[in-house]
Design a protein around this ligand. Sequence first.
Ligand SMILES: [Zn+2]
Length: 161
Amino acid sequence: MTSPDHAFPDLRPACIPAEPERWSAKSKTSLPYQLGWVKHYTDKAYVCRTCGTSCVFTAQDQMYAYEVKKAYIDQQRTLCRPCWNHSNDIAAQLRSCASKWAEEKTSLNNNVAFLTEWLELLKQRERYIFTNPDTAQKNMLIKLIRQAAAPALSSSPRAPS
Ligand SMILES: [Zn+2]
């Protein structure tokens, strides 16, 4: 068994040079660009906000994010890879719900299965997106589900107890 004292011999954060000239136009309006703060990218430890897994936003990933994908320089990682992927899946399914809705609103208006699935996706997304819960959209769906379910309830009244 390795003793704890020797368990982390090579965990110094990796460090690679930054090329801020490759950042997005928006990143170049930032203070870090204008004041020339970022000379290197260094591995950054973080904890996934959804599942609590310890993760590293590596220097290499940062270079890719800011210089190749042109992410804004303030953008940090908050999710681990599996949570990030799941979050993207949910976002894609939500976009598909929204475009179906735009095309077939009148028929989907009382489609309880569709409305319930959409509402469930919105709730799931809140596990990953922390800033901006879509309360208005959720309330609209809850209202439509109640309305759509109401005729079914009234046509099959409960037997008196
Ligand atoms: Zn996670």
